[in-house]
Design a protein around this ligand. Structure first.
Ligand SMILES: Nc1ncnc2c1ncn2[C@@H]1O[C@H](COP(=O)(O)OP(=O)(O)OP(=O)(O)O)[C@@H](O)[C@H]1O
Ligand SMILES: O=C(O)c1ccc[n+]([C@@H]2O[C@H](COP(=O)([O-])O)[C@@H](O)[C@H]2O)c1
Length: 186
């Protein structure tokens, strides 16, 4: 079994995440992609509650035929949210699975602050996707969608409905959970 991991804040998940996961599933020979929502962000980012982000990730996964799943591993581990620790745990727990790790090219500038990125590379094949606006050497594939959770949160803060950037089922969960100033079921 080959699994590609897509870790993130998913605050909220958006069509860029779906496109990134679909691209990897369609071209990189993996059987599944696991979204790994961050429990504690290593750099202390303020996030909506974990359970609500998980619900939104699960709604995103339902847009696929089942190959996209949400992993609760970072809550299970509870620690500092360092990817090397998550990966080491997964590798030990799933001896028959080969893991790769997806990152967008915007992350490349942060890698010097990551814990043990060299060790990550020894445990997993790292797939660096070309995130639109962040050209870099050795990325895989065409530029992917110019969309971010920040842009989605900004639209919501201005009272706009980001229905072109966020799958409607994800927005529905955000409404039910009362996230980002949204209110009530529709
Ligand atoms: N549009 C996109 N194209 C390619 N990769 C993406 C895209 N959006 C997010 N990613 C990648 O998905 C992972 C998780 O991203 P994250 O959940 O932090 O979303 P974000 O849009 O970058 O959020 P924020 O704006 O809050 O920083 C990262 O590796 C990121 O590079
Ligand atoms: O391992 C680290 O040191 C590390 C430092 C910062 C971020 N990460 C991971 O990178 C992924 C994307 O993070 P972000 O900030 O873009 O949401 C997410 O899974 C984080 O846990 C990992």
């Amino acid at each position: 079994m080959k699994v590609a991991l897509l870790g993130g804040s998913f605050n909220p998940p958006h069509v860029g995440h779906l496109m990134a996961a679909s691209y990897v599933h369609a071209t990189q020979g993996v059987d599944a992609v696991w979204l790994m929502p961050t429990f504690h962000h290593p750099f202390g980012k303020q996030l909506e509650p974990f359970d609500a982000r998980v619900r939104m990730c699960e709604a995103l996964c339902r847009e696929t035929s089942g190959w996209l799943q949400t992993s609760l591993v970072e809550r299970e581990l509870g620690g500092g949210g360092r990817t090397v620790d998550t990966l080491a745990y997964l590798v030990e727990r799933h001896p028959d699975t080969r893991f790769s790790l997806i990152i967008g090219s915007d992350i490349l500038r942060d890698l010097p602050q990551w814990k043990d990125f060299d060790r990550i590379q020894r445990m997993a094949h790292v797939i660096v996707l070309y995130r639109a606006g962040y050209p870099a050497p050795d990325t895989v594939g065409p530029p992917l969608a110019e969309v971010s959770s920040t842009q989605v949160r900004d639209q919501l803060a201005r009272g706009l409905e980001p229905s072109e950037l966020v799958p409607s089922a994800v927005l529905q969960v955000a409404r039910e959970e009362g996230l980002y100033g949204l209110r009530g079921p529709r």
